[in-house]
Ligand binder design. Sequence first.
Ligand SMILES: Cc1cc2nc3c(=O)[nH]c(=O)nc-3n(C[C@H](O)[C@H](O)[C@H](O)COP(=O)(O)OP(=O)(O)OC[C@H]3O[C@@H](n4cnc5c(N)ncnc54)[C@H](O)[C@@H]3O)c2cc1C
Length: 412
Amino acid sequence: MTDTTNTKTTAATAPKKPRWRFHWNHLFSEIVTTNICTGCSGCIVACPHDVLQYDDKWHPVLMGKAHVEGDDSHCVHGEKACTMCTRACPRFRDWEPEIDTHLFGRPRERTTDTELIGIYQSILLVEATNETIARLGQDGGLASAMLIFCLEKKYIDAALVNYYDKEWKATPGVAWNKEDVLRAAGSRYTYSANTLAYQEAIDTGAEKLALVGMSCQSSVPPAMMRRGARKPGKKFVLNIGLLCSKTFTDDIYENLIEAEYGVKRTEIRKVNIKGKLQLWLEKDVKDGDYLEIPLKECHPFTREGCKTCPDFSAEHADISMGGIGKYNGRTLTIVRTDTAAGILKEMQEEGWIRVWDAVDEDPGAVALMRKLAKKSRKRWPIAADNPHGPEAAAPGVTPQPPPAPAPTNPPS
Ligand SMILES: Cc1cc2nc3c(=O)[nH]c(=O)nc-3n(C[C@H](O)[C@H](O)[C@H](O)COP(=O)(O)OP(=O)(O)OC[C@H]3O[C@@H](n4cnc5c(N)ncnc54)[C@H](O)[C@@H]3O)c2cc1C
């Protein structure tokens, strides 16, 4: 007979997970005022009292009567034990190892550089076989093809994507069908938290959502699931992350592209970044309808929230996609979860995509991606380590051992 005494003793005495007690005051002092806040809008989406909104720097601020005695750092609901905003924040405390563990069962390996791009199963090059999707897509159209595939299969009811609004500003929105997805295809290099379209999708009846988002946004759904903000978190069934080294503030259009190059934002058909800002235009400028702007002229327009972001490769998405590489029409793709691997396999079997191994086909692209990931990791401010010890530094680059001292008495 098996002796269960020890098991019982162990279960009874196992240390209890400490209760999550962090609320708006902690988020405000550790994330918002320290400028670690990326503007992902996770806290705004998760707030059950609807008392948070964006300010003009994509920072959350308290609205209405939620302040305690007119103080921005104290929320009445937080004081009464509401903790949803910190549970949804993908930069709060030990966010990286916690979300890694939720998704992959362990934190990212940090003794080598292999997982600077996060934990993954494979790195591929993928192109959509449908000509329209490939043409309208930014870099091969995989993101749009996957959304259309999942809508048609009813794996998702809707997708949170990005559109141009009437003034040609990047703005979050919901895609319900193929036409919407194609209207949203392509990249806009100004910031837009697609997560914010969550409420519209839910209010209109969606239960299963895909999120397309920058790296910071793609850490929101698993942060929610890990920390018990499950009501919004469980609606996200597919998480598509975009590789990203930065986004620009909206005034880049007026103050650089129009002021220096005479091109209005409404005259731009497509934008890309490949070592420089590339613009395809409605009208001829100088020698044609294409314009290149050196990136160093764009740097002053870098959005504050991107300057401390350590995640180039959308490490907590199901699948991450980028445009690096020698093939213009192929999406550089990092497959991370079984969800993404399963959908890709079905898409390939049904002829929606062509797939190559990126390490064999374009090793230069993979090397550049790793290099850019390392550069972004260095942005994580050590001062942001907060009171919680070395784990908080996990997003940084792998610490290297000091060089061995030169021998003072060489052997004769
Ligand atoms: C701001 C930004 C910076 C990027 N930086 C890099 C980079 O440094 N290196 C790199 O390799 N790749 C980068 N990418 C990713 C790249 O531009 C493509 O999005 C990616 O390769 C997928 O291509 P695709 O053809 O599959 O996308 P598509 O099929 O065209 O789909 C793109 C999806 O992205 C959404 N989207 C567009 N603009 C935004 C936005 N501003 N915010 C949120 N969602 C948006 C669209 O709604 C659409 O659903 C960046 C993308 C963006 C938006």
